[in-house]
Write a protein that binds this ligand. Structure first.
Ligand code: AMP
Ligand code: ZN
Length: 111
């Protein structure tokens, strides 16, 4: 996916404020944070979104969710919110699967 911004971040073509990387996953700070701490968990594999996931992505999805509390804790958060926008009507703007993790500051409003 040569025109995918997150693939370009994964390959290092576009810089990011990286906070974690392993063979399958990268995490970096969101360029437009909506909370004092706001980072994105991104699989290195290009998958457009949650609706494009299948059984073969089950382990990867688990990895992403298990990393959320680990990295949030390392960022000093004792509580946080996760968000996966899916599809245009779900507010998704970057069509490479990612999990938002954000928190810090005031208690987040109920949704
Ligand atoms: P979504 O609306 O769920 O697709 O969220 C995409 C997120 O990616 C937004 O919160 C953007 O601020 C963020 N974003 C877009 N480009 C970059 C970038 N180059 N580095 C870090 N975050 C980005
Ligand atoms: Zn991509």
């Amino acid at each position: 996916m040569t025109d995918c911004i997150f693939c370009k971040i994964v390959s290092g073509v576009i810089p990011s404020k990286k906070l974690y990387e392993d063979n399958d996953v990268i995490a970096f700070h969101d360029i437009h944070p909506i909370a004092p701490v706001h980072f994105l968990l991104v699989p290195k594999l290009h998958v457009a979104g949650l609706s494009n996931c299948a059984l073969e992505h089950q382990a990867l999805l688990g990895r992403l969710l298990l990393l959320a509390p680990k990295l949030a804790g390392e960022q000093g958060l004792d509580g946080f919110r996760t968000m996966i926008n899916t599809g245009k009507s779900g507010g998704q703007e970057v069509f490479h699967l990612h999990v938002h993790v954000f928190g810090g500051g005031a208690v987040l409003p109920k949704v």
